[in-house]
Design a protein around this ligand. Structure first.
Ligand code: HEC
Ligand code: HEC
Ligand code: HEC
Ligand code: HEC
Ligand code: HEC
Length: 473
């Protein structure tokens, strides 16, 4: 009986005017939905990132809005009552008088307290899940689908496909978390109003130092030693002749107290900083500080006014650890090597490269353009192959389409050369941005470009190289 009274008092208080009524309905409905989705989540039904955004970001916002409308409605109703004058002295005050001696007030206060407790639990759970959703790779990669499509696609095909975006882009600790939420808020605005640049600019100038991200999982002291690097290539001749390149890469690292090889750069005892343009493609001064306190400055012409200094870290070589846009030639070689494209198709390597380099306006246009060109080539030049190897041709066309749409994103202005990879010196200047013999100290000492500094080239695009016959008989 008393409980009934408490509840009815409470509901009459929060539904006495339209605004409060609407607020109550909104908070009630969204609260039930949030709880239902939370329960489903606990039971293992996760849904996609969009469900996550709805459940843990949009619904809680509506829920809070509903809750705020309830007192707002009461406040406005009181004010209106005062204005219209049909009031006694009690309700003519701006704020309600809370008198716990009145039964009804006690009842309402009790229910408000209990409801607030429940609301806090709902909101805490939703906030916790909301942050979780925003940190998830699915959210980062797909929430603003077309914007992140290039990065997400490249990421999914990389060695780091199972590492979360936030492990590299935010890393541990509260300060970077807050920083990322501030810039994230701006990013949401930029996407909503279509203010973002295409392509998304790189390098990221405020990327967290690699020491604090990459080194959660990798550590520079690990000695890698020499690494045999064998790659398979194909010539652009009729038979797509297979060749091999074999390199012994001197990755090195820190061994004992001496460091050597390529990872010598990240020995904490050697500090390298450099002055470059914003794109980091042209490097001017390079300053090397050695453990004995001495310093060397290698200079390469005069830097422009807006050049910036940067401490060299992992990302100056591994700038594409996960958003790896491969070159057309590497992709076709890999597909031929793995048999995804049939190497018995005459001139397939040459034709494939020619077609992949064409700029199309969309992924659909690329797929159909590539399909008709390859089909026409075999139709006119090799009619016999065209009919006898129709399935191989079709498979090759499918593969070339896949290669194109994995690396080129016309909607975001991303083409083969948008994001150069700095490992090596094939796809971009890479190591040769410094190791080019043009950087020299005042005593004319240069940063080495000697091929043997970084690797021993055991074979370069050779058919059946002897060295590999010995290694892999
Ligand atoms: C292994 C670490 C790592 C992971 C995981 C990672 N990134 Fe990156 N990301 C980088 C680095 C390093 C750069 C660019 C470095 C530079 O040159 O400034 C970058 C650059 C970017 C850029 C700028 C455009 C570009 O390609 O340079 C965007 C956007 C981006 N990442 C989004 C994402 C998203 C979304 C995810 C998750 C799907 C993700 N990243 C996962 C390391 C990572
Ligand atoms: C959360 C852990 C984690 C973080 C953070 C991380 N990595 Fe990795 N990284 C891995 C794992 C795991 C592999 C091995 C993947 C495999 O073998 O398939 C790997 C592999 C690599 C490789 C070898 C790739 C290859 O081709 O085999 C390089 C280079 C690398 N990481 C560099 C980086 C750099 C640079 C960063 C920072 C921008 C970074 N990683 C951040 C876990 C991580
Ligand atoms: C001076 C350029 C340079 C810097 C700086 C650099 N690396 Fe590397 N790293 C390389 C090259 C080159 C390779 C060999 C690449 C290959 O295998 O294709 C390599 C290989 C690796 C590998 C694969 C090793 C294996 O066992 O196969 C990992 C992991 C790695 N680096 C992590 C890092 C991390 C983490 C940092 C920062 C602390 C770093 N690197 C800094 C150039 C660099
Ligand atoms: C920002 C400039 C810079 C970049 C980029 C750079 N290096 Fe270096 N590197 C140096 C300097 C400076 C030295 C020391 C001078 C020397 O040994 O010639 C050096 C030395 C080396 C050494 C000799 C280390 C030893 O054992 O003493 C190797 C090997 C090397 N670099 C490999 C690479 C590779 C591979 C890349 C590209 C993936 C690369 N470097 C990119 C500046 C750079
Ligand atoms: C500063 C270090 C450095 C110097 C100097 C250097 N290279 Fe390289 N080179 C690399 C790295 C790193 C790679 C491997 C890139 C990768 O992992 O794919 C490479 C790759 C190669 C490749 C293999 C490309 C492929 O098809 O896979 C060849 C060939 C090559 N270098 C030739 C040379 C020659 C010739 C010279 C001397 C003029 C030279 N390099 C000087 C660092 C260097």
């Amino acid at each position: 009986m008393r409980l009934n009274k408490i509840i009815s008092d409470f509901f009459s208080a929060i539904t006495r005017n339209y605004i409060s009524l609407f607020g109550t309905a909104l908070a009630g409905a969204t609260g039930v939905l949030i709880l239902t989705f939370l329960l489903l989540d606990l039971l293992g039904f996760h849904g996609g990132p969009y469900l996550g955004i709805l459940t843990f970001l949009i619904l809680p916002a509506l829920f809070v809005l509903g809750l705020l409308l309830i007192p707002l409605g009461v406040f406005l109703a009181n004010r209106r009552q005062r204005r219209t004058g049909d009031s006694d002295s009690k309700s003519s005050r701006l704020l309600p008088v809370i008198d716990f001696n009145v039964d009804r007030t006690r009842n309402v206060a009790l229910m408000v307290a209990m409801a607030t407790l429940v609301n806090i639990v709902i909101l805490a759970a939703a906030t916790y899940k909301g942050v979780h959703v925003m940190e998830s790779t699915a959210f980062c990669g797909t929430a603003c689908h077309s914007v992140m499509q290039p990065e997400f696609t490249a990421f999914q095909r990389s060695p780091h496909a199972r590492v979360d975006c936030v492990d590299c882009h935010i890393g541990p600790g509260a300060d970077w978390f807050v920083k990322s939420k501030i810039s994230g808020t701006w990013q949401l605005v930029a996407v909503a109003f279509d203010l973002y640049p295409r392509p998304v600019p790189t390098p990221i100038h405020n990327l967290r130092p690699a020491r604090e991200t990459c080194e959660q999982c990798h550590w520079p002291e690990k000695f890698v030693g020499d690494k045999l690097h064998v790659s398979t290539h194909f010539k652009e001749d009729e038979t797509n002749t297979e060749t091999k390149t074999a390199l012994l890469l001197k990755v090195g690292g820190i061994q004992g107290r001496e460091s050597r090889g390529i990872h010598w750069h990240v020995d904490p005892q050697n500090q390298i900083r450099y002055l470059s343009d914003a794109s980091r493609e042209t490097i001017y001064d390079v300053e090397l500080s050695l453990p004995d306190g001495s310093k060397k400055v290698y200079r390469n012409g005069d830097a422009p006014e807006d050049a910036v200094w940067r401490n060299m870290d992992c990302v100056d070589c591994h700038n594409r650890p996960t958003h790896i846009y491969r070159q057309p030639e590497d992709e076709v070689d890999l597909a031929l090597d793995e048999g995804r494209i049939d190497r018995n198709l005459p001139f397939i390597k040459r034709e494939a490269l020619e077609e992949l380099l064409i700029e199309y306006d969309s992924h659909e246009a690329a797929r159909s353009g590539i399909a008709s060109a390859i089909d026409a080539f075999y139709g006119t030049e090799y009619p016999e192959v065209h009919s006898s190897q129709a399935t191989a041709i079709e498979a090759a066309i499918g593969q070339l389409g896949d290669i194109y749409v994995s690396n080129v994103f016309p909607a975001m202005n991303v083409y083969w050369d948008t994001y150069p990879n700095h490992i090596g010196h094939e796809a971009s200047a890479g190591c040769f941005r410094c190791h080019d013999r043009r950087h020299r100290t005042e005593d004319r000492e240069r940063i080495s470009k000697d091929c043997e500094t970084c690797h021993t080239v055991l074979a370069e695009r050779e058919e059946n190289p002897e060295i590999l016959q010995q290694l892999l008989p």
